[in-house]
Design a binder for this molecule. Structure first.
Ligand code: NAD
Length: 470
């Protein structure tokens, strides 16, 4: 945190910037976004280094999963900002004849963005793009578990933004709590469901609006009609990129028992080809690390607990807590009550459960809290529609994994325990905007006057006629 200013003082500075930000034309916001874009291009290797230092993430993976997303968000916002910010005329219902109505997006004001560590650059800077596009002043708290990226984001903000427009508060839970006590106009939180509830309680104190980007157990259903090679390869990428520390990674697999053995064999072979260097994951430049030793121990305990409960290890290899290296692990015959099937895994461990009837798979999904993402691999449109209709999740993807995140015309977010509100592209802009409803009345006689008091038998007759129209 800025050593000289308290969170209250930082907040007060931001509040002072709000009136000027409201008056600003869209072109000023675009300038700000373009300077962010330039900084990212100029410091791409700094971002690679910081993400590698914190997560051991290969630079190309950082380009694909951190930098591309933010640059794309900027590009879409700059291109569309005028259209998004212009008042949107709305059609007039007949009973309001003579009026004009429009929706005018205005900045919410001072916004808090709290990010987590698994994509420490894009989860902090992505929402910042939406908040800046919408004309807000921002306090950003990067994730404390990824200190190199946190320091880099702080440097970035100080180099390109006036601190009253975008500033960074680094630190852990205590900083987060101090910030949450302030009357933000909007809070955009990314993290766990448990902390999401704490954030929502704090927001309730000031009735701050919230976007909660949370997690949970995202299932992947592999149906009998799926192309096993494609499904295994795409699951391998969705699961083992970033060492399984992806909010929309497939958390567990439900596979038709007719193809289960074949699928597991293919998944192992594809994962090896994609992520290991001639069979060795530990020396592979394409395979990441777990963020810190406490998280490593947690994931390891999930495996041990499942094995104790009767799960079978389908695939494993060496692990090293000191360097936070964990070989991919596949478990089968996992009992439904064990922690591995109850908690979000968030690591390179994949339980594979076979089902006899698709309805059983759907029942297993529906017994759990609603997921952030659901994947179904099938060549049957009927099966696809059945799964989409009979389950509920924030997002869904057919015959691939995780790529729905990258489609900027789709809203991204969860439902209930996997999240509240949506982000990305126009949806992100709307999350940080108040959609003000404006109605302009004409002079003289208006249709609404027909119902003004005093209430006479004439106005009663008009009302009786009017209600019959509905
Ligand atoms: P977390 O919830 O522990 O921490 C996130 C942020 O909350 C941190 O900045 C931390 O300082 C703050 N925090 C932690 N405890 C707090 C408290 N008691 N009071 C106030 N603030 C507190 O995050 P995590 O569990 O390490 O992150 C992983 C989770 O995030 C997973 O569940 C994952 O699915 C989810 N996630 C979701 C998305 C998404 O876009 N939906 C993206 C990435 C991760």
């Amino acid at each position: 945190m800025n050593p000289t200013l308290s969170p209250q003082e930082i907040f007060a500075n931001c509040e002072r910037a709000v009136p000027a930000l409201r008056r600003e034309p869209a072109s000023e916001r675009k300038k700000r976004l373009n300077s962010l874009r330039r900084w990212i291009h100029d410091h791409r290797s700094d971002i690679h280094e910081a993400v590698f230092a914190d997560l051991g993430k290969p630079p190309l993976e950082t380009d694909a999963t951190e930098i591309f997303h933010v640059l794309n968000e900027i590009k879409v916002a700059v291109r569309s900002l005028r259209e998004w910010s212009e008042p949107k005329q709305m059609p007039t219902p007949f009973y309001m004849a003579g009026t004009q109505a429009w929706i005018q997006c205005e900045p919410k004001g001072v916004c808090l963005i709290t990010a987590t560590w698994n994509y420490p650059f894009s989860l902090a800077v992505g929402p910042m793009v939406s908040a800046l596009a919408a004309g807000n002043s921002i306090i950003l708290k990067p994730a404390e578990a990824t200190p190199s990226v946190s320091a880099l984001i702080k440097r970035m903000c100080s180099e390109i933004f006036d601190p009253s427009i975008a500033t960074t508060c680094e630190g852990g839970v205590e900083v987060s709590q101090a910030l949450l006590a302030l009357p933000f106009n909007h809070i955009f939180f990314t993290g766990s469901t448990g902390v999401g509830k704490i954030v929502m309680k704090a927001a309730a104190e000031h009735l701050s609006s919230v976007t909660l980007e949370l997690g949970g157990k995202s299932p992947a259903i592999i149906c009998g009609s799926a192309n096993i090679n494609d499904a295994a390869e795409r699951i391998a990428v969705g699961k083992f990129v970033n060492n399984g520390q992806t909010c929309i990674a497939p958390d567990y697999i439900l596979v038709d028992e007719k193809i289960a053995d074949d699928f597991v064999r293919t998944l192992i072979s594809k994962t090896g080809k994609l992520f290991s260097a001639e069979g060795d994951f530990q020396t592979s430049p394409s395979y990441g690390r777990i963020v810190h030793t406490a998280h490593f121990a947690r994931v390891r305990n999930l495996i041990l607990d499942a094995v104790d409960a009767g799960a079978t290890i389908g695939w494993q290899g060496p692990y090293d807590q000191r360097s936070r290296f964990m070989h991919p692990v596949i478990l089968t015959h996992v009992p439904p009550g064990c922690r591995l099937m109850q908690e979000e895994i968030f690591g390179p461990v994949l339980p594979v459960i076979s089902y006899h009837d698709l309805r059983d798979a759907i029942r297993i999904v529906n017994e759990k809290p609603k997921a952030l993402a659901l994947y179904v691999f099938t060549s049957s449109e009927k099966v696809r529609d059945q799964v989409l209709r009979e389950t509920s999740s924030g997002t869904a993807c057919i015959n691939d994994c995780a790529i729905q995140f990258l489609h900027h015309n789709l809203p991204f977010g969860g439902i209930n325990s996997s999240g509240i509100g949506k982000s990305h592209g126009h949806f992100g802009f709307l999350a940080f905007s108040n959609q003000k409803a404006v109605l302009k009345q004409k002079k003289g006689f208006t249709s609404v006057k027909l119902f003004y008091p005093p209430y006479t038998s004439r106005s009663r007759r008009i009302m009786d006629w009017f209600l019959r129209l509905f």
